[in-house]
Design a protein around this ligand. Structure first.
Ligand code: NAP
Length: 517
């Protein structure tokens, strides 16, 4: 069925950690007015209902083919078209291909031996069954404590006879403060939705907030703590990050937040040894994506919940009865892998993509992804990527990022078609410059030094690179618009009869304008 992330990630507790009235499409003012979000942070079923509503309202289903996996895409340089093969045998020929395959859609198993021998059930959070998974009376294990595990753990604990959490690296988990939305607050935002959507479009990360102006080290401890307490009480994913300017750029500033979160863990978790195990010490705050939780730390106070530290007692294997670590065997009925994804590049490289002169994308990206603007890779003409590597994608509210990229791609295709052009391809030197720019922006932050899925470090053998554009969605939008305005600099535009790049027509960068023709 349709829904993407929100189809597959239907594990208990799955919900969005960006506020629902922000995390929604902005392209239709009518849609904005008619949809009624129920909670501050929408649940997976609610978001899936919204996606279905959008598909029906805009009559999209007629253009959607389900139960079909694209397995191969080969560029025919003579015909200037892509030949797509699928696992159903259906073949498709297309001039333009847009990979909207997801930045977090290739699940990663823990690669622990023996999983096939387990006599109970194993489920990955990102491939959760459509039918109910019963936990009542069961001995359950969760492996992984990233955002998915953090959401699932308290909900599973509420049902299971026992829950054992296998943790390799503790996360920084902030309270979501989720609640039902009041009709009055929905109405108040709807009354100013057009301005709100515009502010989102112009924002750094796709959410609207007042940017900080001071360093965390400029103020005394009492003032800092008060600011952190206020952010903690508000319950925003990036609330703590937005208190001061240098949380992501200065280790000392960062440590003040990290220690604040640890103090919250110590004051919530009754057993000091468990609190210490749950306290992150090995990476700065927010250099791995922070998590929003509900009763996450409180769950470890329940008598039937146990924490296993995989740093001191690693998993040796999964056995028919459960999980064996170096510390002993845990008998189980259900194992949940909350072990994440081959992020950002996994879904594209899963397709056998063959570009000009038989070069594959896997070969081209052997040392890490290369592209111009995070949109097109040299040698793979007319193949666009939405939310792919080297774009702001996962560092932003992706509903805003994906609309920006879709608008840019649509304008580009309009330009090609309107000028008798058949192809757009990236210039290798522009790719090199873009890669350097993305790396330089990341180098201003604490991100690149940390092993995370942002750097590809969670997948053995994956080339290490910081995979997202850290300059902000506002700046990225300006860079993309400038490239188009200046005649698609860094790209070659050509026609099948040999014609070359034409200057781009004047265009308004306001997507509203384009939408209305
Ligand atoms: P993740 O952040 O990559 O977390 C995976 C967890 O599994 C980590 O704790 C990791 O430990 C652990 N792990 C991986 N392999 C393991 C192994 N072999 N043995 C033991 N532990 C292992 O994945 P995720 O939790 O699915 O989240 C991924 C991203 O999806 C999030 O960061 C977020 O962007 C998105 N997400 C969003 C929401 C939302 O509310 N919008 C909800 C869920 C997810 P290490 O840290 O030691 O590798």
């Amino acid at each position: 069925d349709i829904g993407g992330t929100w189809y597959w990630n239907r594990y208990p507790g799955a919900r969005c950690d960006i506020e629902s009235m922000s995390y929604s499409y902005s392209f239709s003012p009518e849609l904005d007015q008619e949809w009624e979000w129920g909670e501050r942070y929408a649940t997976q079923p609610e978001i899936l209902r919204y996606v279905h509503h959008v598909a029906d309202r805009f009559d999209l289903r007629k253009d959607i083919v389900l139960r079909t996996r694209v397995t191969r895409a080969v560029y025919d340089g003579d015909d200037h078209r892509w030949q797509l093969s699928t696992d159903t045998g259906r073949a498709v020929t297309a001039r333009f291909v847009i990979l909207a395959t997801g930045c977090m859609s290739t699940p990663k198993d823990p690669a622990v031996p023996g999983a096939d021998s387990f006599t109970g059930a194993i489920h990955h959070t990102a491939r959760w069954p459509r039918k109910d998974v019963p936990f009542a009376g069961k001995r359950v294990a969760v492996i992984g404590t990233g955002c998915s595990g953090v959401q699932a753990i308290p909900v599973i604990a509420g049902e299971a006879a026992s829950l054992t959490v296998f943790q390799r690296t503790p996360a920084y988990v902030l309270p979501a403060r989720n609640r039902p939305l009041q009709a009055t607050e929905r109405a108040a935002l709807k009354a100013r939705y057009p301005e709100f959507r515009q502010a989102q479009r112009c924002s750094r990360g796709g959410t609207v907030f007042t940017p900080p102006t001071r360093s965390a080290l400029e103020v005394d401890e009492a003032e800092r703590t008060a600011a952190y307490e206020a952010a903690w009480d508000e319950g925003f994913l990036n609330g703590l990050l937005r208190t001061y300017t240098d949380i992501l750029t200065d280790e000392k500033a960062n440590e003040t937040v990290a220690e604040f979160v640890r103090s919250k863990i110590r004051s919530t978790v009754n057993d000091p040894a468990t609190a210490e195990l749950l306290s992150p010490h090995t990476f700065p705050f927010a250099t791995k994506r922070p998590c929003l939780g509900t009763n996450y730390y409180e769950t470890y106070n329940l008598p039937h919940v146990a924490l296993v530290d995989l740093r001191t007692t690693p998993i040796e294997r999964i056995t028919p009865r459960g999980i064996r670590t170096s510390g002993g065997e845990h008998d189980l009925d259900v194992i949940v892998f909350a072990t994440g994804f081959d992020a950002l590049t996994g879904s594209q490289l899963a397709i056998d993509i063959v570009g000009r002169e038989g070069v594959t994308l896997r070969e081209r990206w052997a040392d890490g992804p290369r592209n111009h603007l995070g949109l097109v890779s040299a040698g793979f003409p007319n193949l666009f990527t939405v939310l792919g590597p080297l774009s702001p994608s996962v560092l932003t509210n992706i509903t805003v990022s994906l609309e920006q990229q879709v608008e840019w791609i649509t304008t580009c295709i309009d330009h090609l078609l309107g000028n008798g052009l058949t192809e757009i391809d990236a210039i290798p030197s522009a790719e090199t410059a873009w890669g350097a720019r993305v790396a330089e922006l990341a180098a201003r932050t604490l991100y690149p030094a940390v092993d995370s899925w942002y750097t590809g470090a969670n997948v053995p053998g994956k080339p290490r690179a910081f995979l997202a554009y850290a300059g902000g969605l506002d700046r990225y939008r300006e860079e993309c618009d400038a490239v188009a305005r200046d005649g698609y600099t860094g790209f070659v535009l050509s026609s099948s009869t040999g014609g070359r790049s034409l200057p781009a027509p004047d265009r308004c960068t306001d997507p509203q304008h384009r939408r209305h023709g």
